[in-house]
Design a protein around this ligand. Structure first.
Ligand SMILES: Nc1ncnc2c1ncn2[C@@H]1O[C@H](COP(=O)(O)OP(=O)(O)OP(=O)(O)O)[C@@H](O)[C@H]1O
Length: 253
């Protein structure tokens, strides 16, 4: 049994079947990629995992508990953290100030401006933030205004902000979109390291097949809202059904 178990999930938008009969089992401490052509339902599925959308049918279990019916912040407190397609950081704040938000939220259960509480045990919080920043190669940029950072650094800061909450499951939506190849490779290596060091499970949606085949241990291919194939990367490469689904798009090499 996986840490994440999705069974028979379906989701409609009016007359459009965005997801139907989606089954997914993600093993603990693995990297599982979800790929598929545009409009296949990847983001809809991710939204169903974090409570942003409620599936019409099926079940979503995380570590033996249902996430359905819970609010996004409650699902986050269960240990699921999501990084969005576009960086969601506060540009006016420094890297460290951005990090303080999830660190205080983790400690206090919510981000509240309580100066007395904020000062007590601040050392621990700073040490925690520094250790996560170091893991994402951002420690020396701690005093930089985040708006002035490169796109790659902004994306890595957002991942660091998620890691600060010590999730057990990290959901990544195209984490390397818009990055140069060297930056992408750097992010792939950092993600591998944090997976091992922090013992987390990663589910990644990605169009860049270089990222998918470098990181994922298992791949689910979605097409028109339904899983087409699920297998190890070597079996996905060149799979006739996968090639067919991608016909006319950039295909898995
Ligand atoms: N809120 C919504 N209302 C209506 N239709 C939606 C909504 N969200 C998604 N859809 C439709 O559901 C289908 C699946 O969309 P989704 O964004 O999940 O696909 P995707 O695989 O993530 O695509 P992409 O790779 O382009 O991001 C598409 O046809 C999309 O237009």
């Amino acid at each position: 049994m996986g840490i994440l178990e999705v069974k028979n999930v379906g989701k409609r938008f009016g007359g459009l079947k965005a997801l139907s009969d989606v089954n997914l089992s993600v093993a603990e401490n693995s990297v599982h990629a979800i790929i598929g052509p545009n409009g296949a339902g990847k983001s809809t599925l991710l939204n169903c995992l974090v409570g942003k959308l409620i599936p019409d049918t099926g079940s979503v279990m995380f570590d033996g508990q249902s996430v359905l019916g819970r609010k996004p912040y409650q699902i986050n407190q269960m240990g699921i953290s999501r990084v969005f397609q576009t960086p969601e950081i506060f540009g006016d704040l420094t890297v460290m100030e951005n990090m303080m938000i999830p660190c205080f939220a983790k400690r206090d259960g919510a981000f509240e401006l309580n100066p007395i509480r904020a000062i007590t045990a601040q050392k621990d919080i700073i040490a925690h933030a520094e250790s996560v920043l170091a893991d994402m190669n951002l420690l020396e940029k701690r005093d930089m205004h985040s708006a002035s950072m490169s796109r790659g650094d902004k994306r890595r800061l957002e991942i660091a902000m998620c890691l600060a909450q010590e999730p057990r499951l990290l959901l990544l939506d195209e984490p390397t979109a818009g990055m140069a190849r060297a930056d992408t490779n750097n992010t792939i290596e950092l993600l591998k390291e944090i997976r091992d060091k922090r013992n987390i499970t990663i589910v990644i949606i990605e169009h860049d097949m270089h990222v998918v085949f470098s990181l994922a241990e298992r791949i689910t291919v979605l097409a028109q809202g339904t899983p087409l194939v699920e297998d190890v990367p070597a079996k996905i490469k060149g799979h006739p059904k996968v090639r067919e689904a991608y016909l006319g798009e950039s295909q898995p090499a």
